[in-house]
Write a protein that binds this ligand. Structure first.
Ligand code: DSN
Length: 399
């Protein structure tokens, strides 16, 4: 590179990644092919619109790449193009979720999402996010004692509040979500069911975690977590679902979402990113990826068990996914999540501090840390490595 300053920083970051262990549950390591597509000359091209309906000329190959990305996304999640559409243009997870709200939920209406400290995402209606400013969040959480979702409680809240949309799928919830129960609750209240599968999309692709598609109206996902693609997002919509427009016409959710993404919220899609997503979707549609997804969960189980043996409190008592939430504060006997993540970084283990259910501290200095096994599994880690890793984590935290 001619720009030596940036070249140096790229090299330094590469070295940092090589020398450290990332247990950040939302991170992963992409293939060289994904990087090649990301760094390709598709980045030079403006393509506002959708395949066959662009505003600028010169779209022969952008159309092909976007169509291919859509086909691969539907195929990976076993969806029929007659029944489902997918928008591959959202720049990342937050804009994808925002586009769904813009498309389907009138301003000021109620959206029911898990509260942040229980594992929900900011864009599920938290007050600091635009989704909580323009829409009214009805929060739900996990049971105080079991720390898992209490479906009866959600049913009760939904009946009282009658939200327009219910959101399932979280950013710091380690357990399997019962999408069927969410469907029943949504049906009882005539609500739209949106599943944000960002964290576990790769596990769904690898058939290691239940698929939400049988039950959801809308599924959003980022592509860079367990799915192991570049930073981007997808919005899937059931084609038979419609809403009545102001003019009295029935408009499909899919059309409303396409319009919300472009021209509602975004301009030209990042075609290099879409090409890279297409590469990752093909990589995820292989027997190797299925083995990978299974190993991610095996590793998470081993890491959880070993940490428990070493005396650490695991929220909900375990995990069914790649994600583990550790209560490091333990009611004052331990340390805050900020202190824990600092101690681990000194030993080359990168994690994020995280709130825990019924948090008593602040999000900047919460009671826990969140761990994930997606990245280390990509690097080839197996159960025995998790046993060693748990020991390293324990030693670092007790220093
Ligand atoms: N930052 C992502 C995560 O860590 O889960 C979500 O936006």
């Amino acid at each position: 590179m001619k720009d030596k300053q940036i070249e140096k920083l790229i090299k330094a970051e590469e070295e940092r990644q090589e020398k450290t262990i990332s247990l950040i549950a939302s991170e992963n390591y992409v293939s060289d092919d994904v990087l090649t597509a990301l760094g390709s000359k598709f980045t030079n091209k403006y393509s506002e619109g959708y395949p066959g309906k662009r505003y600028y000329k010169g779209q022969t190959f952008t159309d092909e790449v976007e169509n291919l990305c859509q086909e691969r996304a539907l195929k990976l999640f076993k969806l029929s193009p007659e029944k489902w559409s997918v928008n591959v243009q959202p720049l990342s997870g937050s804009p994808a979720n925002l586009a769904v709200y813009v498309a389907l939920v009138p301003l000021g209406e109620k959206v029911m999402g898990m509260s942040l400290d229980h594992g929900g995402h900011l864009t599920h209606g938290h007050k600091v996010s635009v989704t909580g400013k323009f829409w009214h969040q009805i929060p739900y959480g996990v049971n105080k004692d079991t720390e898992v979702i209490d479906y009866d409680e959600i049913k009760k809240i939904a009946l009282e509040e009658k939200p327009k949309m219910i959101i399932a799928g979280y950013t710091a919830y380690p357990r399997i979500v019962d999408f069927k129960k969410f469907r029943e609750i949504a049906d009882d209240n005539n609500a739209i069911l949106m599943v944000d599968m960002s964290h576990f999309a790769g596990l769904v692709a690898g058939e290691a975690y239940p698929s939400p598609f049988e039950y959801a109206d809308i599924v959003t996902t980022t592509t860079h977590k367990t799915l192991r693609g570049p930073r981007s997002a997808l919005i899937f919509a059931r084609k038979d679902k419609t809403q009545t427009s102001a003019k009295g016409n029935e408009v499909s959710f899919a059309d409303l979402i396409d319009k919300a993404v472009f021209p509602g919220l975004q301009g030209g899609p990042h075609m290099n990113q879409i090409a890279a997503v297409a590469v990752a979707l093909k990589e995820a549609d292989t027997p190797e990826f299925k083995k990978y997804a299974e190993q991610v969960i095996k590793n998470a189980h081993t890491l959880t068990d070993e940490l428990k043996k070493l005396g650490w409190k695991i929220i909900s008592g375990g995990t069914d996914s790649h994600l583990i939430l550790v209560d490091t504060f333990m009611g004052g006997e331990g340390m805050s999540g900020a202190e824990a993540s600092d101690k681990l970084e000194k030993e080359g283990i990168i994690v994020n501090k995280n709130t825990i259910p019924n948090e008593t501290r602040s999000p900047m200095d919460p009671s826990g840390i969140r761990l994930g096994t997606a990245g280390e599994t990509t690097r080839g880690a197996k159960e025995k490595d998790m046993v060693n890793l748990a020991k390293r984590i324990d030693e670092a935290l007790r220093k």
